[in-house]
Write a protein that binds this ligand. Structure first.
Ligand code: FAD
Length: 284
């Protein structure tokens, strides 16, 4: 029998690339809401989506689910004025929970146009904003258990997260990773460095070799050989899904047993796989 464990769960979705996919995402959000997630976060800019696209999904979460909408915002290449107006425009919509990110400039773009250079700058700006229509309730930031691709050591990533905490971040959400030990090592180092904000592990159930290739390419994570071989050992989609769900559900159990403050699942705009992970791991 599966042991029941109670920790907060949350999901990440992204604004769909084409409007025809929006009804499907809305349906997935309704189903995800059935497990009473703490929050559902919506990506920003990634894949070419606009502020309007993000806001449309955030408003739906705000109005049609019990979850808190959490808006990702990036700041690279923007002026202080632009970033301030962006944050205020989200606050005016009642969105008060944010994930403050640097983001990545498209290749070849000129970074010097911007006045904000990293996530610390954005967190600081958020705290300095005058005349806010609503108070900011949560400022989350990204953390990288296996190091950001631009970082030369894990100590540097811990140091960066400490700077984000000092600037006023109240939560960290990790980049996806494939081994529980990677998270635990990072959290141990973070605690040792004086980081006290919760570090929420971010997990993505990967259910096909092509998705694994894409995820490894985008995140810079090392390829998990055992998972890669297992996914490539069959052509059957259901069998592959079971492999990805098993892998992630095992990590969820290990992470919760080790004291993780919650589980954040990259839902890929679908509900079935992430809900299977929660069911199989015994987390509600
Ligand atoms: P930062 O933490 O500011 O910097 C990244 C790294 O650069 C640091 O870890 C550090 O190694 C180095 N660095 C930063 N400042 C300094 C400094 N002063 N000196 C030396 N080195 C420094 N991208 C999107 O476009 N849209 C999204 O919605 C989105 N959502 C994300 C959600 C999560 C949970 C995560 C983990 C990532 C997400 N990303 C998103 C990707 C993110 O934008 C990229 O990883 C980006 O390269 C870094 O953003 P950051 O906020 O981590 O940057």
């Amino acid at each position: 029998m599966t042991r029941q464990m109670t920790v907060p769960v949350s999901f990440e979705v992204y604004p769909p690339r084409s409007p025809e996919k929006l009804p499907g995402l809305k349906e997935s959000i309704r189903v995800l809401d059935s497990v009473s997630p703490d929050f559902i976060s919506v990506t920003f800019g990634a894949g070419g989506s606009s502020t309007r696209d993000s806001l449309e999904v955030l408003r739906f979460i705000r109005d049609e689910s019990s979850a808190t909408p959490l808006a990702h915002l990036t700041c690279v290449g923007t002026t202080r004025q632009e970033a301030s107006e962006l944050v205020v425009s989200f606050l005016a919509e009642g969105i008060t929970h944010f994930l403050a990110l640097r983001g990545d400039l498209p290749e070849g773009a000129l970074e010097h146009r911007g006045e904000l250079h990293n996530a610390v700058d954005l967190v600081t700006l958020m705290h300095e904003l005058p005349d806010m229509p609503k108070p900011l309730e949560r400022i989350a930031v990204a953390a990288f258990p296996n190091g950001h691709p631009e970082s030369d050591s894990l100590d540097h990533d811990v140091e960066t997260l400490l700077r984000k905490q000092e600037a006023g971040a109240t939560l960290a959400i990790t980049q996806l990773f494939f081994f529980t030990e990677d998270y635990l090592t990072f959290v141990g180092k973070a605690h040792g460095a004086g980081i006290t904000i919760p570090i929420l592990p971010g997990l993505m159930p990967v259910v096909s070799p092509s998705r694994l290739n894409r995820v490894v390419e985008l995140s810079g994570e090392n390829r998990p050989a055992e998972l890669s071989e297992a996914l490539s050992s069959t052509e059957d989609a259901a069998a592959r899904e079971a492999i990805g769900v098993d892998w992630t559900a095992k990590m969820v159990r290990e992470l919760v047993d080790a004291g993780a403050p919650g589980i954040h699942l990259y839902a890929f705009n679908q509900h079935r796989t992430v809900l299977s992970v929660l069911e199989q791991s015994g987390v509600r």
